[in-house]
Design a protein around this ligand. Structure first.
Ligand SMILES: *Cc1c(COP(=O)(O)O)cnc(C)c1O
Length: 390
């Protein structure tokens, strides 16, 4: 019989029923250490009292009213995002793909409003990931996501990630925007060089195109600062966000400067559920927690600690781990054995990790992680590497 849940995922045969901080418990009672965070989503860990309180309190007030009315929750979360970023304005949606769709539409509308409707092409990078809608699989440009879904949505070209000359050569009178991830996540935890990201800003300014940094995965403290590009001293014009923003409640956002958003007038874009009161209550609690003194510095310090331990393991098990890469608590282990095999063995030993492209095992622990959990994870990884080597 065809599975009742459409089989679009190769799921591990583990069902989690409860979580607390960095730990998860499966239906068979087994305890796991969660270094996947549901793909960089549950950055405050599971069952965080502050998030639970925010959601339950809002659930007793009002769940949904549509975007046809004022939204105090959106006004508060947008004001906090704006106060802590380059942006002047925020559109709320429900996922990373939708946040990217908004970014793409906004870039095209910007040029249409500027009297250049022919500027509609987006220059993207190879190895990119921007979501699974028809436009965002075209933006990602990966054969494995596009295959069988022809026709490919037009308007996207690809140049090698990190290659500035190729990028500059791809920009022409048809170009609306440059769209890249500051660190490619799904592509294999490939960090853009800060100088490359700065030169993207310069190229965008030189050619009069918009710069979009997809921070759906890197944003909300994952790499250290609240947004990854903040470490580079430059800012994009548009920034899609999602994953960590809701701490596990589905929510997305597209941040922009007022100039970039000039075409986003009433009726130009919308979402029934986007930024509904439940999502906003949780996102506000997430932001408040992340903006408390010490929160982001803890994540950065724990990232450095985890990285040091992994580097040591990598040099002891060079036959299994080729390289450790990434920034902050967004770390990739480039494996020499199939990454799926290493992930299955880590899971069997009690550690949840996530696959990425280029045969990489991704470690995305909650940002609230402490030294004890890092030691626990390093212990499981060491045991697994020694088992694999035996
Ligand atoms: C996960 C991800 C997306 C897509 O987010 P969804 O919520 O799955 O639609 C887009 N861009 C990046 C960089 C991502 O990591």
């Amino acid at each position: 019989m065809f599975p009742v849940v459409m089989p679009t995922y190769a799921r591990a045969d583990v069902a989690f029923e409860r979580g607390e901080g960095a730990h998860l418990w499966a239906t068979d009672g087994r305890r796991y250490l969660d270094f996947g965070s549901g793909v960089a989503v549950t950055s405050l860990g599971h069952n965080h009292p502050r998030l639970v309180r925010a959601l339950v309190e809002q659930a007793g007030k009002v769940w949904h009213v549509s975007n046809l009315f004022r939204s105090p929750g959106q006004e508060r979360v947008a004001a906090k995002l704006v106060a802590n970023s380059f942006a002047d304005t925020v559109f709320f949606c429900n996922s990373g793909a939708e946040a990217n769709e908004c970014a793409i539409k906004m870039a095209r509308k910007f040029h249409a409003e500027s009297g250049e409707p022919g500027r509609c092409e987006i220059v993207c990078a190879t190895g990119a990931f921007h979501g699974r809608t028809l436009a965002t699989i075209a933006a990602g440009g990966q054969e494995k996501h596009l295959k069988g879904f022809d026709p490919v949505t037009p308007g996207f070209v690809h140049v090698p990630y990190g290659n500035l000359n190729a990028l500059r050569a791809a920009i022409g009178p048809q170009t609306a925007a440059i769209l890249v991830e500051p660190v490619q996540g799904e592509g294999g935890v490939v960090a853009g060089d800060p100088d490359y990201l700065r030169r993207l800003r310069a190229a965008a300014d030189e050619f009069g195109v918009l710069l979009i940094f997809d921070e759906v995965q890197t944003g909300m403290g994952r790499t250290g600062p609240l947004f990854a590009h903040q470490a580079c001293g430059i800012a994009p014009d548009i920034m899609p966000l999602a994953k960590g923003l809701g701490g596990g409640f589905p929510v997305g956002a597209c941040l922009a400067t007022a100039a970039a958003a000039k075409g986003m007038t009433a009726g130009s874009h919308g979402s029934t559920f986007g930024g509904n009161p439940l999502a906003m209550a949780v996102a506000e609690a997430v932001l408040d927690a992340m903006l408390e003194p010490g929160f982001l510095t803890n994540g950065a310090a724990m990232g450095a600690r985890l990285r040091a331990g992994l580097d040591a393991l990598c040099s002891r098990y060079p036959a299994v781990i080729e390289e450790v890469r990434g920034i902050g608590l967004m770390i990739g282990l480039k494996a020499r054995i199939p990454n799926t095999e290493l992930i299955a063995r880590l899971l069997a030993n009690g550690l949840v990790t996530i696959a990425a492209g280029d045969n990489v095992v991704r470690l995305l622990p909650p940002l609230v992680i402490g030294e004890a959990e890092i030691a626990e994870a390093l212990g499981i990884i060491e045991r697994t590497l020694s088992e694999v080597s035996a």
